[in-house]
Design a protein around this ligand. Sequence first.
Ligand code: FAD
Length: 652
Amino acid sequence: MSRNRDRELGMFRKITRRDFLNGVVIGAGAAAAESFLPSLVWADAANDVAPQNKPGYYPPALTGLRGSHVGSFEAAHNLRDGNFWKTAGKPEDTGEKYKLVIVGGGISGLAAAYFWRKQKPDARILILDNHDDFGGHAKRNEFSPRSRLLLANGGTWAIESPTPYSKAARGLMDDLGIHPAELAEKCYARDTYKGLGQGVFFDKETFGSDRLVTGAPGEFGNLAPERLAKFVESIPLPEEVRRDILRLEASDQDFFPGLSSDEKKDRLSRISYKKFLLDIVKVDPRVVPLYQKRTHGLFGVGIDAVNALDCWVIFLPGFGGLKLEPGPHPRMGYTARGYAAPKEPYSFHFPDGNASIARMLVRKLIPASTPGSTPEDIVTAKVDYARLDRSDSPVRIRLSSIVVSAHHSGDVSNAKEVVVTYLRNGKLLTARANSVVMACWNMMIPYLCPEFPEKQKEALHYGVKIPLVYTAVAISNWKSFQALGVNRISTPGMYHHEVNLDLPVNIGEYHSPKTPDEPILVRMERMPCLPGLPERDQHRAGRGDLLSTSFEIFERSIRDQLGRVLGPGGFDPARDIDTITVNRWPHGYAYEYNYLFDPEWPVGQSPCEIARKPFGRIAIANSDASAAAYTDTAIDQAHRAISELLASAATS
Ligand SMILES: Cc1cc2nc3c(=O)[nH]c(=O)nc-3n(C[C@H](O)[C@H](O)[C@H](O)COP(=O)(O)OP(=O)(O)OC[C@H]3O[C@@H](n4cnc5c(N)ncnc54)[C@H](O)[C@@H]3O)c2cc1C
């Protein structure tokens, strides 16, 4: 893009990006800024005061490129490439000894600490995490346009799972005082966007001209026939293509006459939804771009890599005439299988997503770190990061500390300890523990624990975490959304595939914007992938894309996208954008098995089941261990890992 276009978009305007490049404070100017410097750029290698102990350290307020931020992953990539130990030097022994060391301070790691302490209230526990904040994917973003606090989830969006929360996961939520359905009833400000609806923005690169069409069919439901016809009529595509869209949306054709519901389900499970559209419904190929990314939010890939049966479960069109019986099918993926079964409502979105759960767990584990006691007061409670890693606390959380090795001290069959080595502040350090929980990411574990059996290491490597981006943009007002009559806009051909106003929630002292002249957050999503490849290869390609995309590229495309979509409503990206935070997750959702590409393993033989076996004093938690990308599965895996350790001799 030209410099003139950049100027129109506001690329040269002062936003927080100037001060926080890549989510890391740069420039020596601001005295307060120094305290945020994360690992690789810590300026204070000479003194041992960790950044998290310095006054003003507060990572949720950082903006720019967050999620897997610069400084959090480079050592891991060096380990993967076999370069780390060539230059690492000899570790220094901290002399610290714990009952339990947990690698990874996400929901699973924090839950593991909680479950262990429930059984062993006096146990000393160290949690090590490579990021500058705790919570793993359950991170919190704070914004303050016009001095007003706005909160966003940097990752995990909500308490929401396709399957009912297990006894262990629900028990933990009860212990924290979180009752999702009650909170939803009490806190959702359902009237805020009254009169606004869903739109689809057709971009000129994909559809021939820029046009916002409102009154779109909801992603998970259908419109009445006359409204549907009106919507389709306005789509900027040739008439024959529009006719096919209408035929698909309103389809009552039985494409598999003579087959039972089960046989139809089986057939649908063996083809992608794209193939279903092209070969079974026989739509014009120009229909496909409208639906291509409809599966991105849940699966991280488009309809070329999701089976048609899973798409039936999430209400994509075309199945009306098949008369499929409700209910799950063994060849559905984890998410679809769960959604296909009925369950009671158990969901709630805190303004910072499940970062509130992580923060409540931290408050339970280290009460002095965070004031308050309820799910309502956690939302505005300020964590004192300097309290997270104190020698007088039985539980310690050490941030910006990437574990590079965990090995038994001696033979695994009779070792009494595991030595954990981590890199922090440029120093290689060790701590010892009777037991270790790997609550990090499966594919990382073989590099940290080369002593594991080969078959287990291979299984740990199997899943490829799904890359994704959750962007939050603080804008000065939402009059443009009001003028256009929309609060949710699908943008199927653009860089981010969604542009939505934040879900309004009033909880405790936190109040969401009520009127269009107030600042608000716009939420945008992007799932980088490479259609046409098998799912895991698409994720690998998407990860490469994410890691090589600078904040500048994100910013330019965000400004361009918002300007084009909202411009007709009066939005000016140069004037109206206050702050941008791009939460990039190159290793996001846990990989869920996809039977278009993965074998149907016998029970007990899937990679995650082989991968999660305990090895000596080391047990494995984290959501990869369930091949399911949800908060409850992360908690369940923590519960299993702790039960395994407590049941073995590993506690002695
Ligand atoms: C963008 C996004 C949105 C999501 N939305 C939802 C949702 O709405 N509802 C839902 O239920 N689930 C959701 N999920 C899934 C959910 O967030 C995860 O299943 C869950 O939080 C995983 O927790 P975890 O502790 O297993 O892993 P993580 O949260 O990934 O935590 C593991 C931690 O270990 C760290 N680590 C890795 N290697 C090392 C090392 N060598 N040394 C030290 N630390 C290390 C990682 O950096 C990370 O901080 C979402 C996930 C993402 C990415």
